[in-house]
Ligand binder design. Sequence first.
Ligand code: AMP
Length: 456
Amino acid sequence: MPNFSDLGLSAPILGALAAEGYAAPTPIQLQAIPPVLSGRDLCGIAQTGTGKTAAFALPILQRLAAVRQRAAPRTCRALVLGPTRELASQIAESFRAYGAAMPLSTAVVFGGVPIVPQRQKLARGVDILIATPGRLLDLIDTGSLALSSVQVLVLDEADRMLDLGFIHALKRIVKLVPRQRQTLLFSATMPRPIAALAEDYLNDPVKVVVAPSATTVERVEQEVVFVPSDRKRDLLATLLRDPVFERVLVFTRTKHGADRVVRHLVSAGLEANAIHGNKSQPQRERALAGFRDGHTRVLVATDIAARGIDVDGVSHVINFELPNVPEDYVHRIGRTARAGAAGIAIAFCSDEERPYLRDIEKLTRCSLRAIPVPSATAVLRSGPIERPAGSRLSRNGSPPPRQGPAASGRHSLPAAGTKFRAGKPSAAGSLPAFLRRPSPTANQRSPRHINQHSED
Ligand code: AMP
């Protein structure tokens, strides 16, 4: 198996990677690092959680450190654009961790927080600037920053940037960056407008495709429960009483919907917090920090606020409401199964949402496995969910010995990457053993536990 030192990375970077506990490069790192180190442009199609931040951050750090040059005041040498505040913070955190032993400065700017400290930071000039487009343009327009010295431009989550309506800002920004530069573009999906951007902005790029566009994160086991809208909150509370739901992200379509779900859970005695665009930046940061450090087991989020959340150990993603944009489903479930771990995604689908489910299954080319709604008593009762004998998990989490044809493995967890076909629900009032995810192997986990992000 190739390791990081085969990729031509320098000693300070190798030391930082060892400190992070990364045993070997991920596929995107393997394919992207050598060409980016040699100065090539790159177009990377990679799912969330594949390690793409390091795929661009490591070679950028190494190339910048190789030239002994200080950034002039109010300029930067590398510019990384991301769609959300939390993603920008996370990228900055990664640059700082990977470049810990290098004499390079990093700054991050995004909206929703005071601009003055950001101006002060830029006044001295920075080597690496990570930004969301809106605040970046504010800083440029007020003379706090010029992009004339940018040598490397990264567009991360380019498909998200289009979704969030950044295309005009993006075009303005790219015009201000020198034509002579290295450009790296990353996207989880490759809709037509992104392909057009790639054509316009990249010069003879190396194309790295880690998974086909819009392929669902493979290690996520995906389930759907058909449940009427008015029973969703009770179903959610029932599921969450089971401790196998260790760290859970719940997605709603609207901000008010997220608040309503939190209120319901809290009144049912479950601790939960919401993160969405109506919350202030400090509130969002507090909510994420609580989720990261385990104080909050359940975080209820809208798409916009959850974009890019990278929290190790998210055991379950629950789509309380299905997104009407099927690509959002791919991003949502990518919040679990990060860094090689396994994860479970459960979609609550009401009758009205069936067309959304069809769109999701068409996009991901994968049918979600239908699981039964617990019976009314199971929904309303307050203890852990009862499972049929054949699927009950033992105290230590291992499945019980199989007995006879009824326990023929229908409920056992499938191998990673298994694609499900919609199946018949099993007996009412029971839930299969889909609730427990396989534990990750030690070297698949990153010791760095969260990172964060969201819209601007
Ligand atoms: P990303 O796709 O860049 O958001 O990365 C997802 C997660 O994978 C982050 O928590 C990283 O710290 C982690 N990670 C990145 N590269 C590696 C690696 N080579 N080995 C283990 N974990 C990694």
